[in-house]
Design a binder for this molecule. Sequence first.
Ligand code: 13P
Length: 339
Amino acid sequence: MSIEDELQATINDLVHANKGILAADESAPTIAKRFAAVDVQSTEDSRREYRSLIFATPDLGKHISGVILYEETLGQLSLDDIPIPKLLENQGIVPGIKVDAGKGPLVNAPGDEITYGLDGLATRLEHYKALGARFAKWRSVFHISDVQPSYQAIASNAEVLARYAADCQALGIVPIVEPEVLIDGDHSITRAAEVSEEVLRSVFGALHRHHVRCEWMVLKPSMVTPGKGAGKATPKQIAEATLRVFRRVVPAAVPGIMFLSGGQSPEESTANLNALNSMGTQPWELSFSYGRALQGPAQKAWAGERSNEEKAQAALIKRARLNGLARSGSYSPKLENEN
Ligand code: 13P
């Protein structure tokens, strides 16, 4: 298969009506935080047990088209000794991999951050592909304050995202481009819209500069919401603000916009996605690539006990199914009360 055919086949499998992505690529420090919240110690064994059991959820592939893995998990065997990427393929799910190496301070831009991991990336991508990964993810974050994000933070993260995406496409791996505008702070939805527009303009400018083909990438952005400390907006207000920005700056050639949940509750993120998909026809598929919003209830139900396997799987499939309904605007909060 040519590189182009390979990229197109992955897009066809990933950007699928009524399905979205499960982001299960928490780094070791992040998963340790999530496990601590349910009183579980994060060890290689506990991470393997938890991830094996959620990926084995019966019918997961009905609502989930792809799973983003962390490097450790990509090379692991499930509890039944099946390589994890193979377990996902058996469910009809495309395995993917987080490839950035985390983030740290951006020098001369107090409070802003830059994402690491470009050095040696092509070699790592070849290795991940050999293990079964067909798509990748790179996350850059943008803080909002009166003066942030700085011009340097926007321009340098956009450049790095574009160079990562170009490396992926050259090797037949679909890049998920994730510029996360953080929800932390007490900014208004108007300020969030202003920053999101600036960031996305810069990201698409850089993608263009590096000849990244929009047809063979997925955008994973934040929804446009008020800051966490600023009170709530309704799903309709969020959908309107988000689409206003995205219609200005995201090329119609991008096949899918798959949102992160970014600290919204499971119910909020489903209601907001539903509102986005209730606003008429858009140039792109509007879907989900949620981490916390899909896994939070499953982690609570699991609580580190193998005997809770079925309860954890039921909690995950419920969120996956409801988000699947939100893909077509068919979700209603009333469905939360049904099992
Ligand atoms: P959340 O949905 O928990 O924000 O995670 C998505 C993700 O992959 C962040 O990089």
